[in-house]
Structures are given as C-alpha cells and as structure tokens.
Design a protein around this ligand. Structure first.
Ligand code: 26M
Length: 793
C-alpha cells in the first residue's frame, strides 16, 4: 500500500476486492472500493494505538451501551484521515459523481435517539483525545425501523442495513464467548456454580473508530448472537427440519432487532436477554484482556474503567461480582469492592416510566444466580445504609442497583444533575453525597460542523485557521471577526447556500416548494409529549390563522420543518404526527398564505437527515416542558451551526443560553419549579385557553374538521388533552412561546442583527464539544489518560 495514491488504491480494491472492471462498476462498487481504500488508512494507526496502550500498561475505558447511533461512516473517516479532497479529486477526474457515491452508504441506525448518538460522539472524541477505549454493544441485524407516511400516518418498515456487506467491520470468529441463561445453581466445594440450561455464542465484530487527524483509533466491538450448536443432526435425520433449525433461530433472535422505544420500559424477556448477552460478553472480554497482562484481580480498578450508558447494562454489577467471586474465588466483600471500583453509571432520564424495573420472577428465571446476588448486594448495602432498597414490590429497580454498584453516577446537564439529586436519587444521594457528578453532554465538531457543513466550516477556517476542529473552544477567536461586515456576509452566504440546497431537496424529494429566503424553523427529535411537537404545531396553526386574517401584514415568512419517529405503540405521539401532516396538507395548499408559510415533514428522520437539515436551520426548536429533557444534544448541533434557539430553561438549553448570551437566545416558558407549581393550579389549561384567544381558536380548528377532511373526531384526543389534564403544560406555555416566536420573527427581519447573533452562537458553542465532555469523564470519573501525547492536539 505505502506510497500508492488513493486513486490507485481505489482502483485496486475495485479490481481485486470486488472483482469489478472500472467500465462496469456501479455506484455501490465505487463506494465499497473507496471505503476499503479509506479503511486501509485506518488500520495502521489502529494497530499502533493498541500497541501503545499495551506497552504503556495504560488504563482502558469501556463504554457499555445498548445503542451506538453511528450513521454513515465513510465521509467522517475521510475527513478525520485527511483524504477527503484527494478522494473527491480522484472521482472528479474519473468523471464519477462523488456526492452520489458517498450518499450510497446506508445509515447505521443502531440506536433510538440522543443516548445512542451520544455514545457515537463519545467514541470519536475518545479517539481524538487518544484515550484507550472500547465501545461495547450489540450488532443488531435490524436497526431502528424505517418510517414512511401513508396518508399522513406513520407506518413502520423493517430496516435492513446489513443486507449489504458492512465494509467497516472485521469479523472475529476467535473472539467468542458462550453466554448462558436460566437453569439452576448449586454448591460445589464452597463455591456457587450456575449451570444454565440454554446458551448462545456471542461473537465479536470490530469497527475501528478513527480520531481527528488519523493518529489514534479505538474499537467499537459489537456482539452478534450465534447458536452454540448449528444444527440438531438427530432431528434433521428424522426429518424434523424445523425442529432441527430451532436452536439457530432462537439464538439469532437475540441480536435480531433494536427495541424501538426510547422512553417506556416494556419489561420484555427478550430485552433482558439482550442486556445480559452483551454485558456478559463484554465483561468476559475485559477480564480476559486484563488477565493476559496482570495477575492480581484487585488491581482491576487501576486498569479498567467501565461506563454503563443508562441502566441497560446494569446487570454488569452482579455479573462482575459473579465472575470475581463465584468463578475466581475472591471473597464476596472483595469482589464487591473491585466491581464497584470499576463501574460507573450515567443517568439519561428522570421520566418515571423510563426507569427500568425487572420482575423478580423473570430475573430469577433467566438469571437465577444474579437474582440471588442482587439480594445479597441489597442486604449488604442496607446493612451499612438503612433506608434504601433495590428490590421493591417484587421488582428489581435497575437505577438503584446501578447507583449502588457505581463509583460515580453522572447526570448529563447541570440542571438534570441537580434534579437527579432532588428527585429520583434523593435518598441515595443523601447516603452517598460525593457519588453524583455532572458531565454536560457534547457533540463532535468533526461530524457536526466540519463534515456536515463544509461551507460554514470553510468560512470559519478562513477567519481563524483550522485549530478549532481539534479544539472547538478556539471558535471564540471568531468573536473579533463579527465586527467585520465581510466576515458576516460570508457567514450568512454559507447559511443561505445550505438553505438553497435543502430547498431543492424538498422540491425534488418531497414535492414541496419553499422559498430559501424564509426563516427555516426546525424541530427534529423523537416524537414525545414532553418534547411538545404539539405546542409547535398549535403555534403554527395560530400563525397561519393570523396570516390569513391579515395576509398583507408585516410577516416573516417561515418554513416550519419537523422530523422524528414515534415508538410504534405510542398512540398519542402517532396522533401528533398525523396532525402535523394534516395541517401541512391544508396550509401548503392555501393560496392566501403560500408566500408566508410552509410546513415540511420529511419521513424517516435519521443521522443522515440531521446532517442535511441542521446546516440549513435558522431557528432551532428546543421547547420541552422544563425539567423533562435531561440534556438534549441536537440543541448543541444547531447552535454550533449558527442557528438561533427558541427554547425553555430545560436540560442543556440553560447552559447554551449562558454560553451564547441571553441576548442571543429566545427564551420562553416556565421554569421547572414553576411547572411543578402550575400543575397544582386548578384547571390551569382552561385558564390559559380563556386568556389567549389565539390558542382557543387553534384548538377549535382541531375540533371543527379544518384539518381532518370532515372527520371531526380525528384530533379531538390532542385537543382534549391540551384543554384538560395537560400534564406537559402546552396551554400554559403557549402565550409566552408565541411572544418569543414573534421576537424571533422581528430579529430575522433585521439581517445584520440576525447575522451577528447567529455568528455569536457559533463562536460561543465550542464548549459543547464532546472532547470537553470526555475530558471531564476522564479526569473526574475514569482517571484515564492518553498513553502518548498526540502530535495534533
Ligand atoms: C428502555 C427499555 C426498553 C427499550 C428501550 C429503552 C430505552 C432506549 C433508549 C430507553 C431510553 C433510551 O434513550 C433515552 C435517551 O435517549 N435519553 C436522552 O439521552 C440524551 C443523551 O444524554 C439526552 O440528551 C436527552 O435529553 C435524553 O432524552
């Protein structure tokens, strides 16, 4: 390989890896050849990283997560290895469509939303910082479902990213562990032995994750489930072909599909099996690696830091105790100490319906030894610290279990961490006041500015050089340039170009014509009542109604964009989707407002679509009921890309506003404390509706068939909810939201002011880099350092 040009490497892969002649190669062939040539540039730094870690005897970080929402990998890998321009030139030179080749890559949707995308950003930052780390998860055959709209209603279709070969991974047949379930336990020579009666193989698939400037690469190791015995030949020979294939089918269901629910805990047996499957395989791999280098298990916490991404891998606590105590003979108390010394837990939500609980019955059946160990952990904890229990109403509370088994427990924004201390973990925090720490989330500026927004990134680099890519806090160096009208013009022109590209895409892909000079107002995230997409659409309806009353008024034209999926069983969220699409159909066909308002809802929101929408956004909608959104990370991506935010004091919005300045943020709504007080007010929704005729009229339109093609009952559920219980206080926050939105309109009509404010958002968002977040985890939670200083940072 060595001195081979990239173009030669691509052609050679096309010929020798794909067996294709350049004259007959398809877009797919070119994409795979380019990916393999790029991958070749990653393998050497990957090996060197492994060797450097081994030589230094460095501590390793293990990030255990049910989800890694990695999206596409090719463009990001080319950017980080610095070959993007050369690759583009090679394809331009051959007369081949580079963009089309890049966009041929499937989007790996191995996650639901924020939690999974955070894990992906963290892996990239760990590599950028040169911290030895492994991500451990599940190699789902089917990622998050594909969303399609049928007459405005969400329809789910299976996603099948693995039908094409996944070019980034290396299969590791030799790295496999047998994982057991159920069965019984017995005593043997003073030790407890678990004899499972069901088992599957966990086999490793490794994907290298390359950091900025291509100097360091860590590993994402995903486990696929395989049968322990391929075929029951006895059954087969007797002609029972279905029975013979059963072990295989059973085993493969474990890594078959990602659960598509990002809040409600359904308590399904297969989900618990998935959790134990990947956690147990990962821990065995971690111990194997440790034992190949060290002999004293008590040193484990010096060499191993394990991060549990939410409670999904919480079984790591009892499993590690089992491996140390039952299988390796450490006394129980010592095994507990060692396990706790390694483990840490991140909490991502305060919503009670999302806190995982497993029934003792199911846990006792699938994991009998673990159930017993959980009882022992509970007893030993409550002996020392009476007043808290891990087991309640015949259920194991996974949050409490994780807390008790962790050295550090962290929240994901300053507000969320404080609320954790006051609510879900109030009692445990009282007993262990030093355990809860905050690590405000972040996003990688490589993918979320440099790669997805090359136009704006170029403007930034022209002004301050490219040091910001590896050190995003350097973006503050943009501030002096904001006085320069030439800089502001280039900044605005980059945004404008992105809006034109997106407008064309809306036209060709969705058949909606929008004006790129309008304000692009975007809300993209999972559909949830607490995120309040229904507040947004109600305000949009009210705006449309006001515009129709006075079409010659001084309006700021808007394109209101929504993106997001609803969990298949979440009926209220699906009604919100249907409402948005129904309103869009009516509004977009209205000749009176056609120059003033459009509503666009592209289906199948995913990482790739986010990369398209965020660079073209003027106004970012972050409007959750205060106290409910743990952090948000989309909010950071928008600010970084020069969008203004209209938002509540929730999650990381609070810190974004502090960083960019209150005058550069459209704040509205109640605080978390005011939300709690407001819920106690009798008929709070009725009062708010009575006080705001615009809200009353918008709600009426949901009941009078305006958007329902004569079906007057179609949106009654949403209207009644907002008028009645309104737990998420849509009605009570409506008037202030309207006010803030009109302030945004006014600011947008002053282009010089808008340009300044948006440029300040970019300049002051560097703190929200996941590099900063990972440095925080490394020093306050993991005690992990890079084994060698990297040249670039
Ligand atoms: C649980 C049980 C069964 C099936 C699925 C789940 C489950 C899956 C994902 C539950 C929650 C899941 O994710 C929650 C999540 O994404 N939380 C978000 O985390 C982000 C990163 O910290 C925050 O920015 C968001 O505010 C928070 O909502």
């Amino acid at each position: 390989m060595g001195d081979q040009t990239l173009k030669d490497a691509i052609l050679s892969h096309l010929k020798y890896s794909l067996g294709k002649d350049a004259d007959h190669a398809t877009i797919y062939d070119w994409r795979v050849a380019l990916s393999l040539a790029t991958r070749d540039r990653i393998v050497d730094p990957w090996f060197q990283s492994t060797r450097a870690t081994y030589r230094a005897g460095a501590k390793r970080v293990y990030y255990l997560s049910m989800e890694f929402l990695i999206g596409r990998l090719l463009e990001d890998a080319m950017v980080n290895t610095g070959i993007l321009d050369e690759a583009k030139a090679a394809f331009d030179g051959m007369g081949l469509p580079f963009d089309k080749i890049i966009h041929d890559e499937p989007d790996a949707a191995l996650g639901n939303g924020g939690l999974g995308r955070l894990a992906a950003c963290f892996l990239e930052s760990l590599s950028t910082l040169g911290i030895p780390a492994y991500g451990y998860g599940i190699r789902y055959e089917h990622g998050l479902f594909r969303q399609r709209f049928d007459h405005g209603r969400q329809v789910e279709e299976p996603e099948d990213w693995l039908t094409q070969e996944h070019v980034w991974e290396f299969e590791r047949p030799e790295a496999a562990f047998e994982i057991g379930f159920a069965g019984e336990t017995f005593e043997n020579g003073g030790r407890t032995v678990w004899r499972p009666n069901e088992s599957v193989m966990a086999q490793a698939f490794d994907t290298p994750v390359i950091g900025w400037k291509g100097e360091w690469a860590n590993t994402l190791r995903l486990w696929g489930a395989l049968p322990t015995k391929v075929l029951d030949l006895g059954l087969f020979n007797r002609g029972d072909y279905a029975g013979a294939a059963e072990p295989e089918a059973l085993a493969r269901t474990i890594s078959r599909v990602l659960y598509p629910d990002d809040t409600t805990d359904e308590g399904k047996a297969l989900r618990l099996k998935q959790e134990y499957f990947f956690t147990a395989a990962s821990l065995r791999d971690i111990l194997r690696r440790f034992e190949s280098e060290h002999s004293d298990l008590r040193d484990l916490p010096k060499k191993v830091a394990i991060q549990m991404n939410d409670t999904h891998p919480a079984i790591a606590g009892p499993e590690l105790v089992r491996l140390l105590h039952d299988e390796r003979g450490l006394p129980f108390a010592d095994a507990m100490m060692v396990a706790r010394g390694c483990l840490n837990y991140t909490n991502h939500t305060l919503l009670p319906e999302a806190l995982e609980r497993w029934s003792e019955g199911l846990m006792g059946h699938l994991l009998p030894r673990h159930m017993r160990l959980i009882e022992m952990i509970n007893e030993s904890h409550s002996q020392q610290y009476p007043g808290v229990t891990i087991i309640e109403h015949d259920q194991v509370k996974m949050g409490e279990l994780s807390f008790v088994m962790a050295s550090k427990v962290n929240g994901v924004s300053a507000l969320h961490t404080e609320l954790m201390k006051e609510t879900v973990f109030k009692d445990l925090n009282g007993l262990h006041p030093e355990r809860i720490v905050n690590q405000t989330n972040g996003v990688t500026p490589r993918r979320w500015l440099k790669t997805c927004n090359p136009g704006l990134a170029g403007v930034v680099t022209q002004a301050i050089g490219d040091g910001w890519v590896g050190d995003a806090e350097k973006l503050v160096e943009l501030e002096p340039h904001i006085a320069d009208s030439g800089f502001l013009e280039r900044f605005t022109a980059a945004k404008r170009a992105n809006k034109e590209t997106l407008s064309n895409w809306f036209g060709t892909e969705l058949g909606v014509k929008v004006d790129p000079s309008a304000m692009f107002d975007v809300q993209i995230k999972r559909i949830h009542e607490y995120k309040r997409q229904h507040l947004n659409i109600l305000e949009t309806i009210a705006l449309w109604q006001e515009m129709r009353d006075n079409p010659n008024g001084d309006w700021t034209p808007r394109v209101v964009v929504f993106g997001g999926k609803a969990a298949p069983g979440y009926h209220f969220a699906k009604d919100i989707i249907y409402l948005i699409n129904s309103v869009a159909r009516v509004v977009n066909a209205d000749p009176i407002t056609s120059k003033l308002l459009k509503i666009v809802y592209p289906p199948n929101y995913n990482v790739t679509l986010a990369e398209r929408l965020i660079p073209a956004t003027d106004l970012s909608e972050q409007i959750s009921t205060a106290g409910k959104e743990a952090s948000g990370t989309g909010n950071m991506k928008f600010a970084l890309n020069g969008a203004m935010t209209v938002g509540t004091l929730d999650g990381a919005n609070v810190e974004i506003r502090e960083h960019v300045g209150a005058e550069n943020f459209f704040l509205f709504g109640m605080t978390a404390q005011e939300v709690w007080a407001r819920r106690e007010v009798e008929d709070h929704a009725g009062q708010a509706i009575a006080a705001d005729p615009k809200l009353a009229r918008a709600l009426d339109s949901l009941r009078n068939g305006t958007f329902a093609d004569g079906d007057h009952d179609r949106f009654r559920g949403i209207a009644d909810n907002v008028s009645g219980p309104d737990y998420f206080l849509v009605a009570s926050d409506f008037s202030d939201y309207w006010r803030a939105s009109r302030e945004a309109d006014a600011a947008f009509r002053d282009p010089a002011r808008w340009a300044r404010m948006t440029a300040l958002n970019t300049a002051r968002s560097g703190w929200f880099s996941s590099d900063r977040t990972i440095r925080g985890y490394a020093s306050e939670i993991w005690d992990a350092l890079p084994p060698k200083p990297l040249r670039s940072i």
